[in-house]
Ligand binder design. Structure first.
Ligand SMILES: Cc1cc2nc3c(=O)[nH]c(=O)nc-3n(C[C@H](O)[C@H](O)[C@H](O)COP(=O)(O)OP(=O)(O)OC[C@H]3O[C@@H](n4cnc5c(N)ncnc54)[C@H](O)[C@@H]3O)c2cc1C
Length: 353
């Protein structure tokens, strides 16, 4: 068996980790000169998105033996709407680093692998078909396989515009903004790396009415205003990914779609490392003949569909309605959705179908 993994992001590296457990050493091709995301930013895992799994890092360890260390626990999540602000407290998730940093999740995973990673290399699909018995497509963009395999009715662009900034922050407190004047249908996020450094990100699906620099500038002033301080921008980044909704199939012959290639990223919230690692690992179990990939994906498919329904509702919500929602978060029964083990978002998504 000869396995090629195209893309050394979280999904590709997780697939390699599980394959190695079964004595299969894949060859990993990475088009850049390092593993993982080109944006060196802090990202978040929110427990509410993976319920009933509360701590996804603990889950990766117990389910797959993948030990990864997050950066900080999230103890406070502040929501800012046009005229309101509420902070939820509790064990809400964690932050982690992506990109080139030694402690980034990709670098942590890479250090656990023996498999060869060939950098600055991007072989064509046909070349891989000629030379390998199994191919894992882990390039982080579902638009590419969607066009390749002809299911691109749901293409959309997700714009991620951001900057690493310096200022005074509370490292366990993430802050989310919703303001249609700045990012229509999207939202902004401040993720502290430490008490003096943070990543500022705007996730803007399908926007085209403002260019990224204008969005970042408007968002920057909004953040300074909310925090009552002038923060200093260190480096800016913007990235556009062509994505699709979840692909109707997870493999074509011996070619596996994993992570964002499978279409697991939702336009809102714009993540999910959880599904990237999960799908990478599940594909490897199938290659090693230990489990059926599509069967393993079934619960995840249901969840993505439910969250997508939620997303559609959230996108169409007006700013004044969002103000009311943020106010409602002050009420104990509403706040409890962050603390229950039940997967409230999926249940709500089902009801909205
Ligand atoms: C700016 C930003 C902020 C984010 N914030 C969050 C967050 O807060 N929380 C969260 O859970 N998720 C977040 N995400 C999403 C999360 O990072 C992704 O869902 C996850 O990394 C997807 O993993 P992946 O393996 O599918 O793709 P990626 O991590 O994108 O990895 C793909 C790899 O393939 C390589 N590649 C691409 N094309 C080729 C090719 N043709 N040949 C060879 N190699 C190739 C790329 O260089 C890259 O290394 C964010 C993403 C971005 C960009």
């Amino acid at each position: 068996m000869k396995v090629a993994i195209l893309g050394a992001g979280l999904s590709g590296l997780s697939a390699a980790f599980i394959l190695e457990k079964y004595g299969i050493n894949p060859i990993i091709f990475e088009k850049r000169n390092q593993v993982g995301d080109k944006t060196p930013n802090a990202e978040i895992h929110l427990s509410i998105l993976t319920k009933p799994i509360n701590d996804c890092f603990e889950y990766f360890y117990y389910k797959f033996g993948i030990e990864l260390k997050p950066l900080n626990k999230i103890k406070k999540h502040t929501f800012v709407s046009e005229n309101n602000q509420t902070t939820i407290k509790g064990n809400l998730g964690c932050t982690f680093l992506k990109g080139d940093e030694p402690v980034s999740l990709e670098n942590q995973l890479k250090r656990k692998l023996k498999s060869q990673i060939i950098y600055n290399s991007s072989p064509s699909y046909n070349e891989l078909l000629d030379n390998f018995s199994h191919i894992v497509l882990a390039t982080g963009e579902s638009g590419v396989p969607a066009k390749m395999f002809g299911y691109y009715d749901s293409l959309f662009s997700l714009n991620m515009i951001g900057a690493n900034v310096r200022g005074n922050f509370t490292k366990d407190n993430i802050i989310a903004w919703r303001d249609k004047n700045i990012f229509s249908k999207g939202y902004g996020l401040l993720t502290p790396i430490s008490n003096t450094k943070a990543s500022l990100m705007a996730f803007v699906p399908d926007y085209l009415e403002n260019d990224p620099r204008t969005i970042l500038e408007m968002f920057y002033y909004k953040v300074c205003n909310t925090l009552g301080q002038s923060i200093e921008i260190e480096e800016k980044f913007d990235e556009i990914r062509e994505l699709t909704n979840l692909s109707p199939f997870s493999k074509v012959d011996n070619t596996y779609l994993v992570g964002n290639c499978l279409g697991t990223t939702l336009p809102i919230p714009g993540f999910d490392i959880f599904k990237a690692i999960l799908t990478g690992a599940f594909s490897a179990y199938d290659i090693a003949n230990k489990a059926d990939y599509e069967k393993s994906l079934q619960p995840l498919r249901k969840k993505v569909i439910n969250l997508n329904n939620m997303k559609k509702t959230m996108e169409n919500i007006r700013d004044d309605q969002f103000d009311m929602l943020v106010s409602a978060l002050k009420l104990a029964p509403v706040r409890s959705i962050f603390h229950t083990k039940k997967d409230i978002l999926s249940i709500a998504g089902q009801l909205m179908d």
